[in-house]
Write a protein that binds this ligand. Structure first.
Ligand code: PMP
Length: 304
C-alpha cells in the first residue's frame, strides 16, 4: 500500500501518497490508542457519492470524544476532506480510511502531551471477503478468541486496539480454511464478525444479537431501515450459537463487507447452504441504495 499514485490528507494538507509518513516513535504505533473509520464511495448516475458520510464522521468524532482525543477539525472539515479525497484521486468507486492517531512527542502509556493527528486515504477496494462472497456466501467459524468485556474496552469506538482481537480471531479461522471469524463475548453470547455485524433470519423474522461488545455498524442501521421498508421488523436479543445453527439464513454487514451471506458456520450448513431470500432481497436493496438506483433514502448519499 506504500507506493501508489494519489494524494493523502494529513493534518489538513494534501501529500503525495508516498510522502504521507510518520515517525517510528508514533505513540499509536506502540500502544494502539487511536480510532478510525471505513467509508465507501460508489459510482452513481450523477457521479461518485459517499454513502452515509455524515454518520461515519459523527461516529469518528464520537470515537475521538470517547477516547478524549483533541480534534483540530470540525465535522464539516473532515467531511470535505473525505469528498476531496475521492475527487483528487480521480476515483469513481472508493474505500476511504480516516484515522486519528497520537504523535511521536513522548513514550510511555499515558498519552498526555502527545498531539492528535489525522489522515484520510482513499483507494479502490473490491469485495472485502473475496470474489464471489456477495453472490455465493462465505464459510464462517466461531473463533476461540472472544470479544473483551464492556469493562475492558469502549465499544462505541472504532478503536485501533480492538482490531488486535479481530486479527487474532480472523487469522485463527483463516488458517483453518474459513473465510471469516464469528466472535462471541466472554459469556458465550454472539457479538459480531471480526469486521462485521451479524444478523440471522428465522421463520421470516430478522434478528440481531443484543451485544454490548459489538460496534454499532452503519451498514447494520441501514439494513434495519431497509428491512422496515420491506415490512420486516428486526428484533434484538441475546443470541447463542444454538440460534445461529438453527437459523434459516445468516449474513454479515459492514461498510467493506456490504451484505455478505453466510452459508456455513462451524461446518454446519445454514438453511439450505445457499444465500437465502431475505438476505438476497436486503443485499439487492442495499446495493441499489449505495449506487443511487433506489432513491428512497436520498439523504444517505452525499456527492463527492
Ligand atoms: N464490527 C466491526 C468490528 C467492524 O470493524 C465493522 C466495520 N466497520 C462493523 C462491525 C460494521 O460497521 P459498519 O457497518 O459501520 O462498517
Amino acid at each position: 500500500m506504500e507506493q501508489r499514485n494519489g494524494w493523502i490528507w494529513m493534518d489538513g494538507e494534501w501529500l503525495p501518497w508516498g510522502d504521507a509518513r510518520v515517525h517510528v516513535m508514533t505513540h499509536t504505533l506502540h500502544y494502539g490508542y487511536g480510532c478510525f473509520e471505513g467509508i465507501r464511495a460508489y459510482p452513481t448516475a450523477s457521479g461518485p457519492a459517499l454513502f452515509r458520510l455524515d454518520d461515519h464522521i459523527r461516529r469518528l468524532r464520537d470515537s475521538a470524544r470517547l477516547m478524549a482525543l483533541d480534534l483540530d477539525w470540525s465535522a464539516d472539515a473532515l467531511a470535505d476532506a473525505c469528498r476531496e479525497a475521492v475527487r483528487r484521486n480521480g476515483l469513481t468507486s472508493a474505500y476511504l480510511r480516516p484515522l486519528l492517531f497520537l504523535g511521536a512527542e513522548k513514550a510511555g502509556v499515558d498519552p498526555a502531551g502527545a498531539s492528535t493527528h489525522g489522515m484520510i486515504a482513499a483507494w479502490e477496494w473490491g469485495a472485502y471477503l473475496g470474489d464471489g462472497a456477495l453472490d455465493n456466501g462465505i464459510r464462517v467459524k466461531t473463533s476461540s478468541f472472544v470479544r473483551a468485556s464492556p469493562n475492558a474496552q469502549l465499544f462505541r469506538v472504532k478503536a485501533v486496539a480492538g482490531y488486535a482481537n479481530s486479527i487474532l480471531a480472523c487469522r485463527e479461522v483463516r488458517r483453518d480454511g474459513y473465510d471469516e471469524a464469528l466472535l462471541l463475548d466472554g459469556d458465550g453470547y454472539v457479538a459480531e464478525g471480526s469486521g462485521e455485524n451479524v444478523f440471522i433470519v428465522r421463520d421470516g423474522e430478522l434478528i440481531e444479537p443484543d451485544s454490548a461488545c459489538a460496534l454499532d455498524g452503519i451498514t447494520r442501521r441501514t439494513v434495519i431501515a431497509l428491512a422496515a421498508d420491506m415490512g420486516l421488523t428486526t428484533s434484538r436479543r441475546r443470541l447463542t450459537r444454538d440460534d445461529l445453527y438453527l437459523a434459516d439464513e445468516m449474513f454479515f454487514t459492514g461498510t467493506a463487507a456490504e451484505v455478505t451471506p453466510v452459508v456455513e458456520l462451524d461446518r454446519r450448513q445454514i438453511g439450505d447452504g445457499r444465500p437465502g431470500p431475505v438476505t438476497r432481497a436486503l443485499q439487492a436493496r442495499y446495493l441499489a441504495c449505495v449506487r443511487g438506483e433506489d432513491r428512497s433514502h436520498p439523504d444517505w448519499l452525499q456527492p463527492a
